[in-house]
Design a protein around this ligand. Sequence first.
Ligand code: GRF
Length: 207
Amino acid sequence: MLKIAVLVSGGGTNLQAIMDAIENGKITNTEISVVISNNKNAYALERAASKGIEGICISPKDFESRAEFNAAFLEKLNSYQVDLVVLAGFLVVIPPEMIAQYRNRIINIHPSLIPSFCGTGFYGLKVHEGALARGVKVTGATVHFVDEGTDTGPIILQKAVSILDDDTPEILQRRVMEEAEWKILPQAIDLIANGKVKVENNKTKIM
Ligand code: GRF
């Protein structure tokens, strides 16, 4: 059984997709041990509570320095002894010590086809604004392992989504979630839970 922690900051629709996929059997061999939010008002915490999943809040704002937060955050995460950490719209920078300790055991969902519209500054609506400003016809979402860079880790799954003439950043964001994020994030977790993802030379092999 793969034990996972899901890290969130906001609405938690990706968390919902994971919980639903566990319930309907699209994700197998997996249980959510904890949902961690940096924002105590995140609706994601209510979604977790509604399924009886433990939800906790830990925020950099409650610590005097980033180093103190990072240490407390790592200790908290370690206390749950999870096999995989899933970043589902988590807006806090993952401490380097956490990345090192959880090498190839942290995954993130990014709302574009990496390496387009990713890296520093490309988060939330800015990703979709960038795609519309460039006039690309196809965007999508990417699930990748987290390494020390921003959106540079091994890519696990990607799914393309068409851009339509009248798209606004908000409309596009919603379509990318519905058609790509909510599908490939659960799918990646299921693949990992069943031992089907191998990492070699910063690339993955899906078996
Ligand atoms: C998603 O668009 C995700 O790709 C991005 O943040 C958003 C999270 O939404 N990194 P939600 O909290 O899962 O609804």
